[in-house]
Design a protein around this ligand. Structure first.
Ligand SMILES: *[C@@H]1O[C@H](CO)[C@@H](O)[C@H](O)[C@H]1NC(C)=O
Ligand SMILES: *[C@@H]1O[C@H](CO)[C@@H](O)[C@H](O)[C@H]1NC(C)=O
Ligand SMILES: *[C@@H]1O[C@H](CO)[C@@H](O)[C@H](O)[C@H]1NC(C)=O
Length: 410
């Protein structure tokens, strides 16, 4: 952390202390309650099903009680994973421009309001499924209470904002309830990855008075503000989640069915139309030619899903609340795909890398700074060198920064 950041934090702290005294002089000072907003993959998912058919004879056809499927380690093994994919995969309906589950499968996102479901994505607390747990622990150690001053706002991250409109309403209500239950104290929202643009869209859509009353600050970790080239890579070859013996190709079937992946494609406000993003010996694809890439890999649906959510990406109005934008850097992050043969999709492309946190490109992580001239509320960008997209959640520098901000009573 450089000296400017420290000075910035001190100024922000003293200003908000003054404002707090003036506004709420009759109320006992309290720490700002916190709500966690997870990113793509950061919520638990439960399923039950009664399926007309299955992909393998060994896949279960019925499951009567709700049970956790997301990052359930037992299911993420070769072969068995095909059953898993069939249970969490989405199908796109071109007529309604919405998605649905495999026939006979019901899914739900458990634990609305409860931080536990975003501290651990895997309820059995397998270490691979830990999420906000280290930040939560630091807050509990300071006296935060689960379900009262620390809350969680999970959502069906398979879907993009257009199909998660209910979340914006529920989240607004959760902020209001959390404020009420904490002695009328404005709330701090802590987000990760896709949770940052989700929260941005909430804040763009509420009045300035509402924000002044209910929001203390917005702390974003590894915000995928402007999408990522990694999404293009996943369409091309899938992602093995760096896990176990998973094959990217197998995971791809599930991953590309998620509209959230289309929402996380690079944002046209931050990628130039003539920028080459995919090269082949025969032709290149510029960013403006992304649609042709979807046609050539035989997945036009991906492009349709992008169109459904472009209005969210291209609305980049400043959120007009105090922002602390923490992100990693100095990690190899996909910048371009390079095919050796003329026809895309007949082979796995080479990846050319640039700077970022290993998942999200620097220009997207840093996009929060573009609001600096556009809002009066402070924006503090904190680059955490060598932190990657997931490890930032356990990075002591990030935890110390958050603890330091949250110590203050307002
Ligand atoms: C938090 O709330 C959830 C859902 O209402 C409940 O299941 C859980 O037991 C609560 N946890 C604590 C520690 O109170
Ligand atoms: C924003 O507000 C409009 C009008 O109230 C509503 O139709 C829309 O769903 C809201 N969008 C979000 C992202 O909350
Ligand atoms: C593709 O782009 C690369 C890198 O920008 C460039 O060197 C190459 O000449 C281009 N190839 C074609 C076929 O346009």
């Amino acid at each position: 952390m450089n000296i400017l950041v420290i000075v910035g934090v001190l100024v922000v702290l003293s200003l908000s202390a003054v404002e707090g005294n003036w506004l709420f002089s009759s109320r006992k000072k309290t720490r700002s309650p916190v709500i966690f907003v997870p990113g793509n993959g950061g919520s638990q998912i439960e399923t039950k099903f009664n399926k007309p058919n299955t992909v393998h004879y060994f896949c279960a056809k019925t499951q009567n009680d709700w049970y956790n499927v997301w990052l359930n380690i037992e299911e993420l093994i070769p072969g068995v994973i095909d059953c898993w994919i069939d249970n969490v995969k989405l199908y796109y309906d071109k007529a309604t421009r919405t998605t649905h589950n495999s026939p006979g499968v019901e899914l739900r996102i458990p634990g609305w309001g409860d931080p536990f479901v975003v501290e651990w994505i895997d309820p059995t607390k397998n270490s691979a499924g830990s999420y906000f747990k280290d930040i939560a622990k630091a807050l509990y150690d300071m006296g935060y209470e689960r379900n009262k001053s620390l809350r969680g706002a999970p959502y069906d991250f398979r879907k993009a904002p257009n199909e998660n409109e209910y979340w914006f309403k529920d989240m607004k209500k959760l902020v209001e309830d959390t404020y009420d239950q904490n002695n009328d104290t404005p709330v701090t929202i802590i987000t990760h990855s896709m949770g940052s643009p989700m929260t941005l869209h909430l804040l763009q859509n509420v009045s300035a008075d509402w924000k002044k009353k209910y929001i203390q600050r917005f702390i974003s970790l590894a915000g995928a503000w402007a999408g990522s080239m990694k999404a293009v890579k996943v369409y091309a070859m899938g992602d093995d989640l760096d896990a176990f013996l998973l094959s990217g190709k197998t995971m791809r079937a599930e991953q590309i069915s998620m509209p959230s992946l289309a929402f996380l494609l690079p944002n046209p406000l931050f990628w130039k139309p003539n920028e080459v993003i995919i090269t082949t010996p025969g032709r290149n694809y510029t960013f403006a030619q992304l649609k042709e890439f979807f046609t050539d890999i035989g997945y036009d649906i991906g492009w349709e899903m992008r169109l459904d959510n472009l209005k969210y990406s291209t609305n980049f109005r400043a959120p007009e609340v105090e922002i602390h934008c923490l992100y990693g850097s100095n990690k190899k992050t996909v910048e371009m795909l390079q095919y050796k043969k003329p026809k895309v999709f007949e082979e796995t492309p080479n990846l050319l890398y640039g700077n970022g946190d290993g998942t999200v490109n620097s220009r997207s992580l840093e996009a929060c700074t573009s609001w600096k001239p556009l809002q009066k509320e402070s924006i503090t960008a904190v680059e955490l060198r060598d932190s990657d997209h997931m490890s930032i959640l356990a990075d002591q520098r990030a935890i110390d920064y958050i603890v330091n901000l949250m110590k203050e009573e307002i």
